[in-house]
Design a protein around this ligand. Structure first.
Ligand code: ADP
Ligand code: MG
Length: 407
């Protein structure tokens, strides 16, 4: 059963602590995309800067920690934090000392003589198998040099891992940073007091990935738009032909039911009214199908121009919009028009517009309209789970025991 969010109730923030000369363990989400050892998008690093800089200005001794990708073994070079250390050095204009083993005495030794111009960065936490196993032992090793624990890794807070769950459970002084605070405030606002009309724009690859979010949103929104590959399952449920588009056959009944429930509640559900289709996904070719039905042998790949108009109008008429899921295979520029048009409609609207989901955040970025959004969640999975009412281990571990039992 899902529970209503209790937001940040009982949870301290970094502002609540006296940080001067204290060792602050700062769990961040610095899981940046890398290509050939180079960072291709440093959003997660820059999003963490307000918290890092606050702690440094207050005179904290910083131990920064994050995971990066899924390393196979200890020291797996491909997933080293080295590129992150370099970027942090540039951004902070301080010496960033990278420590190979978070369990080693090197951390304590370094902390003793740490200069104001230095910051410690731990190597990839997932080098240590105990991290994903939520190991108590690993947590105690990290706790042995931690005076204040701050979690600002929203993107990792839905995982009960050692640095997210076990560690804060054994540290007395603990709280969140500015990034998590903003994420939760934004998501709580969406769930409890959204300005209306409130529209959800859903898309992406699979209905099955999104059922729980749709179920939750259905109660609180006034309307839902469905685009992307998900739309074909819904069109099929309405008895239309969808050619060889992606359809989740076992979800057609769910889609039928959902259409009926939305109708019964007098809420609007908009589906594409025209499509871009292709015969071959990889061809980069597309043709327009001007109606709702897709002919045999063709695959829907993006929404068409009439759909763009229809969806954009619905966005214009809304006061709150939550967007999760691209409208087409936007990774290929030939199929990105629909997704970018939706990003533009959001950019031009006066509504509160919140973007959640990893690919949606990437799409917003690629569209060039990212800076026009009210908020783009840095944590895809975490934001969707939170919206479903799932408790995030990374938040629960920070509540005083009593509050957490009562919820
Ligand atoms: P998010 O990460 O924002 O939650 P999803 O992971 O659900 O989004 O969906 C993103 C993926 O959906 C993209 O990789 C995109 O290519 C794919 N997608 C969107 N429309 C289609 C379509 N018509 N056919 C196949 N894939 C699609
Ligand atoms: Mg995704």
């Amino acid at each position: 059963m899902s529970v209503s969010p209790k937001g940040l109730q009982g949870i301290k923030t970094i502002r609540d602590f006296e940080l001067a000369d204290k060792v602050v363990f700062l769990r961040l989400d610095l899981n940046v995309p890398l290509e050939g050892g180079k960072i291709t998008d440093d959003t997660r690093i820059t999003a963490s800067l307000p918290t890092i800089n606050f702690a440094l200005e207050k005179g904290a001794k910083l131990v920064i920690a994050s995971h990066l990708g899924r390393p196979k073994a200890f020291g797996d070079k491909k997933y080293s934090m080295e590129p992150v250390a370099q970027r942090l050095t540039e951004l902070l204009k301080r010496e960033v000392i990278l420590i190979e083993d978070p369990k080693s005495d090197a951390v304590k030794a370094l902390l003793m003589g740490l200069k104001k111009t230095q910051v410690i960065l731990l190597e990839n936490l997932r080098y240590e198998p105990g991290e994903t196993e939520n190991s108590e032992e690993f947590a105690h090793a990290m706790a042995s040099y931690t005076q204040i624990y701050i979690n600002d890794a929203f993107g990792a807070s839905h995982r009960a891992h050692s640095s997210i769950d076990a560690l804060p459970r054994i540290v007395k002084n603990k709280g969140i940073g500015f990034l998590i605070e903003k994420e939760i405030q934004m998501l709580d606002k969406l769930m409890t007091s959204p300005a209306r009309p409130y529209l959800a724009v859903m898309g992406g690859a699979k209905v099955s990935d999104k059922i729980d979010v749709i179920e939750k949103l259905m109660d609180i929104v006034d309307g839902i738009i469905i685009g992307g590959a998900m739309a074909y399952t819904f069109l099929k449920a309405r008895g239309l032909s969808v050619g060889k588009s992606l359809v989740e056959t076992d979800k057609v009944n769910y889609a039928k039911e959902m259409i009926a429930r939305m109708e019964a509640r007098g809420k609007s559900l908009l589906l594409p009214v025209d499509h871009l289709v292709t015969e071959d996904f990889n061809s980069g070719k597309a043709e327009l199908v001007p109606g709702e039905s897709i002919p045999e042998g063709k695959m829907g790949i993006d929404i068409g121009p009439q759909t763009i108009k229809l969806f954009s109008r619905a966005i214009q008429e809304s006061k709150t919009v939550f967007w999760n899921g691209p409208m087409g295979v936007f990774e290929n520029p030939a199929y990105a028009k629909g997704t970018f048009a939706i990003a533009q409609a959001l950019a031009e609207s006066q509504a509160t517009k919140i973007v959640g989901g990893g690919d949606s955040a990437a799409a917003a970025e690629a569209s060039g309209f990212a800076d026009k959004m009210t908020h783009i969640s840095t944590g895809g999975g975490a934001s969707l789970e939170y919206l479903q009412g799932v408790r995030l281990p990374g938040l629960e571990a920070l509540r005083p025991p009593k509050t957490s039992e009562k919820l």
